[in-house]
Ligand binder design. Structure first.
Ligand code: GTP
Ligand code: MG
Length: 316
């Protein structure tokens, strides 16, 4: 009896999952067919985002968080989105080394995602890979991304719990990033507490959170101080992550978020399909050339042209 790739993935087959993820990375079209099959098996994992400026200790934290979840016998998926920025030239290697000890653990599945060469965009690939790990039956999926408010790697709507990591001594940087982080953070971590200045940062952060708009879900984002490299403060942080999950499930907030997420994912796929199709059609027989020509010579205006095209593809 031969199992399909999707069936193998649902059984937790790491090789099969790796193959599909490679195809997603490369934009191989048949990957979509497998994702179609997997969709019905998704929606069970707790998806946790970890974001923050380069070098604040996100990967080190991840490594320690994995350890706590594994002690509780939870299975874990990890996606590290590497920004290939000058800051993190060695990030992938670093991530691998830091999490290496978990790579022989059957219950942990780690995938690093370089931002270059993603056909449908990095956010789209990340969404799809989350779905694969979800379908594999991972209890927790941890997604590490750098920075806040970078459209390119904005996966905020894909996660259930969003953790923002900061370190003392960011100085004016916190002013620059605060607008973005206050909105997306469900949980805040002040890492590298051994450096001092953590209490001051916590006070600043708390003040900014209190001044900000009230959240609809009545959740007050907790702030945890950690020293990830020594494993300090991790258990409390993990308890906070689970508390956030429990609240979502109690109040039906999870369903609301899931619905919002489904809507956004649907529109994203629809938009990219429509645009691709339109571009193909307009490039046919040099129509796009004629449009550009008509526009530059002012023979026609763009509004009329768009109306004409809309008329053609969606009459009434
Ligand atoms: N002093 C101190 N150093 C830490 C702590 N946590 C992590 N580090 C160190 O900080 C450096 C960066 O840690 P990473 O975990 O790679 O940070 P990151 O945020 O994942 O970095 P990028 O992925 O490159 O953005 C490493 O040298 C860690 O050992 C901590 O609590 N205290
Ligand atoms: Mg990292």
């Amino acid at each position: 009896l031969r199992m399909s790739l999707a069936e193998k993935i649902v059984k937790g087959d790491i090789k099969a999952a790796s193959r599909l993820i490679r195809d997603i990375d490369d934009g191989v079209e048949s990957a979509i067919d497998v994702l179609k099959e997997l969709y019905v098996m998704t929606g069970r994992a707790h998806i946790v985002g970890i974001t923050g400026p380069p070098g604040v200790g996100k990967s080190t934290l991840l490594d320690k968080i994995i350890e706590v979840f594994r002690k509780e016998m939870k299975t874990v998926g990890v996606i590290v989105v590497d920004p290939t920025s000058p800051f993190s030239g060695g990030a992938i290697l670093g991530d691998r080394i830091r999490m290496q000890r978990h790579s022989t653990d059957e219950g942990v599945f780690i995938h690093s995602l370089a931002t270059r060469g993603h056909v449908g965009g990095i956010a789209r690939s990340t969404h799809d890979i989350i779905k694969v790990m979800d379908a594999m039956g991972k209890d927790i999926i941890l997604v590490e991304t750098v920075g806040v408010g970078q459209d390119e790697v904005d996966i905020g709507n894909a996660v259930d719990t969003s953790i923002v990591v900061l370190v003392p001594g960011l100085g004016d940087d916190i002013q620059a990033i605060k607008a973005g982080i206050l909105e997306i953070g469900d949980i805040f971590v002040i890492n590298k507490c051994d450096h001092g200045g953590a209490d001051k940062l916590e006070q600043e952060l708390r003040m900014m959170l209190e001044m900000g708009a009230k959240r609809g879900d009545n959740w007050q984002p907790p702030i945890y101080q950690t020293e990830a490299s020594m494993g300090k403060g991790i258990e409390k942080l993990v308890a906070g992550i689970q508390r956030h999950r429990n609240l979502q499930q109690q109040k039906g907030l999870y369903q609301r978020r899931e619905r919002e997420r489904a809507r956004l994912a649907f529109w994203e796929i629809l938009k990219s399909s429509v645009m691709t199709k339109l571009q193909q059609q307009l490039s046919l027989n040099g129509e796009l050339d004629r449009i550009e020509e008509a526009l530059t010579t002012r023979e026609k205006d763009p509004y009329t042209l768009v109306e004409e095209i809309m008329q053609k593809i969606m009459p009434r």
